[in-house]
Structure formats: C-alpha cells, structure tokens
Write a protein that binds this ligand. Structure first.
Ligand code: PCA
Length: 212
C-alpha cells in the first residue's frame, strides 16, 4: 500500500476555521486501489508542530507528503518553492509564542527547495480551471517552519514533499475583505495537485518566474 500524507492546520489568529484542514480532511481515505491518503491536523504552535510532523512521518512512512496551510491574502492555490530557516512571527501562535528572527533548525542550511514537480502541478491545476501559481515565499510563521522541518527531515531521501498555501474561504473573506476560494475548489485543487505529484517523474520546463 502506497501512502500520501496530507497535513492541514488548526484555526489560528482567533479564527474558528482553517480551510487547509477542511480541504485535506475531505481527501482522507483511499484514492486508488493501491494508494491511500492519510490526512492529519497540525497544531499552529511553533513548539509542537515539528514533533507532530515527525511522528506522522515515522508512523505512516509516506512516499509523498504535502503540507497545506491557509495564506490570508492569497488569491490562488500557491505551490511553495522554498522554505527558509527563519521564524519571524507577526502574530502569536496558538500558545501565545511569537518568535522573532530565530532559526527553525539551529545550524541548518539557509533554505530548502520543494521536491514537488511544482510547474507540472500549476499547469494541471490551471488546465482544470483552478487558479494556481508558484510562490517564492511561504512566509516566516508556522507554515514555513513546518515546510522547512519537512524538507529537512526528508532531505536526501526518495520521499517527495512540499507545501501548498490556500486562500481564505468566502465566509472568511467577507470579514477580512481579502480574496477567497470556495472549499469545493480547494479540495479539487489539492486532489489534482497530489495526483500530478504522484504521476510526474520529471517536472515540466516552463517559465514561472517573476521579473521583480
Ligand atoms: N497558516 C499559517 C500557519 C497555519 C496556517 O494555516 C501560516 O501561513 O504560517
């Protein structure tokens, strides 16, 4: 049995819902005959999320891991390219901690790239009519911390892994005034993203960069 691990986050910043968790938990269960999707929730807590992630990697021994988080202000499905070795929290986490300019991993490299075929994923999402792009920053909060820890833990292994930020839900955007994407679109987007990651050996070569 092949396993794909998907993680989503609990609500944070005093919100009551986090679309990353709602979307991944809708995908929990069997995908195809020999592939199962395991969806689990991570705490939005600097002191707890890395250990929980490590525990899940050991428990399920997945061949593909996609961690998902909410990116308020994002307007499309963002496939993250790079995780940086820096915590710099603008708001407190769910235990009230707010690290400023600390490393994620002491003595760790400055950054890790995703090992997901991100261009192929963006292409597949767009072909399905779902807005998507490559993002070059996962921020400096708990999502980036989890992304960095994930890449650090799996560096040099054959397991592919990366991070996706999703937009707010329409009901959240009604309060924040920011962009949104319906939950059903987010679920379908993540499903397409993970199938593409499973089926793509070599990423497509297509410009996705920015001029500035
Ligand atoms: N988004 C936050 C942390 C949890 C989440 O869903 C972030 O982007 O860091």
């Amino acid at each position: 049995m092949r396993t794909v691990l998907l993680t989503g986050f609990e609500p944070f910043d005093q919100d009551t819902i986090n679309p990353s968790w709602e979307a991944v938990r809708a995908l929990d269960g069997r995908l195809q005959d020999d592939i199962r999707i395991v969806a689990r929730q991570l705490p939005c807590v600097f002191a707890q999320a890395p250990a929980r992630l490590k525990q899940l990697l050991e428990e399920f021994e997945p061949e593909l891991v996609i961690a998902v988080g909410l990116g308020p202000g994002r307007s499309d499905v963002c496939i993250e390219r790079v995780a940086i070795n820096l915590n710099d929290a603008r708001i407190p986490d769910n235990l009230g901690e707010q690290p400023i300019d600390t490393p994620v991993v002491l003595q760790g490299p400055a950054a890790y790239f995703t090992t997901l075929p991100l261009k192929a994923m963006v292409q597949a999402l767009k072909a399905a009519g779902i807005a998507a792009s490559v993002s070059h920053t996962a921020g400096t909060f708990v999502c980036n911390q989890v992304f960095y820890c994930l890449q650090h833990a799996l560096a040099g292994s054959a397991v592919r892994s990366g991070f996706i930020h999703v937009p707010e839900l329409p009901e959240q955007a009604a309060r924040s005034g920011g962009p949104s994407m319906p939950l059903s679109t987010q679920i379908e987007g993540l499903r397409i993203a993970l199938i593409t990651a499973l089926n793509t050996v070599q990423d497509v070569r297509q410009s996705g960069g920015q001029v500035s």
